[in-house]
Design a protein around this ligand. Structure first.
Ligand SMILES: C[S@@+](CC[C@H](N)C(=O)[O-])C[C@H]1O[C@@H](n2cnc3c(N)ncnc32)[C@H](O)[C@@H]1O
Ligand SMILES: [Zn+2]
Length: 163
């Protein structure tokens, strides 16, 4: 099936991903691809220089998809507080964390020309400093924009500051 998306300049941030044709609610738009790496590997490589920019997607407790390596167009999709897409982690019959995949699906009908966004759902252990708030400021422009791409982790959920 031909791709219905393209990367180009975004008003939200840098490059974004836009629909080139109508996309139906529930349609799978693209898989988030990149190198499968452990949390320890990505922490070693990128930890300690948090600049509010990430091409990492937490796949599960064991693995992260590092779209800096072998990433596809999905890595350019920006965060939105009123998103038109959602990222789903798809499990597998073998229950093998290495085989989990991430697919981006449309939450509603999307018209050609619209920018695609999904909620990065970046959860951090509190408290969030003023500097972190600034680094992770959201510019999605939605009327309900929370002003931040990060939020405090829900009780019992351990996540790191990666998208
Ligand atoms: C996966 S990249 C998306 C592509 C990015 N626009 C670029 O050109 O590199 C994720 C990064 O884009 C930026 N970004 C994404 N959504 C944003 C938003 N709603 N507001 C501000 N910056 C955003 C943040 O720096 C985030 O870490
Ligand atoms: Zn926002």
């Amino acid at each position: 099936m031909p791709s219905k998306i393209i990367r180009r300049n975004s008003k939200i941030h840098g490059q974004g991903v836009f629909a080139t044709a109508p996309i139906k609610a529930g349609e799978e738009v693209v898989e988030y691809k990149g190198k499968l790496r452990t949390h320890a590997e990505v922490d070693d490589e990128y930890g300690g220089h948090d600049d509010g920019h990430t091409f990492l997607f937490i796949l599960n407790d064991d693995y992260v998809i590092d779209a800096n390596i072998g990433g596809n167009v999905a890595r350019w999709i920006n965060h939105g507080c009123s998103p038109n897409c959602k990222a789903y982690v798809i499990g597998n019959e073998d229950d093998d964390p290495r085989k989990d995949r991430v697919v981006i699906e449309a939450l509603r009908d999307i018209a050609a020309g619209e920018e695609l966004t999904y909620d990065y759902d970046i959860q951090v252990e509190g408290p969030i400093s003023a500097e972190e708030r600034k680094l992770w400021a959201c510019r999605c422009g939605a009327p309900n924009c929370t002003g931040s791409m990060i939020h405090l982790a829900r009780k019992g959920v351990k996540r790191r500051a990666t998208a």
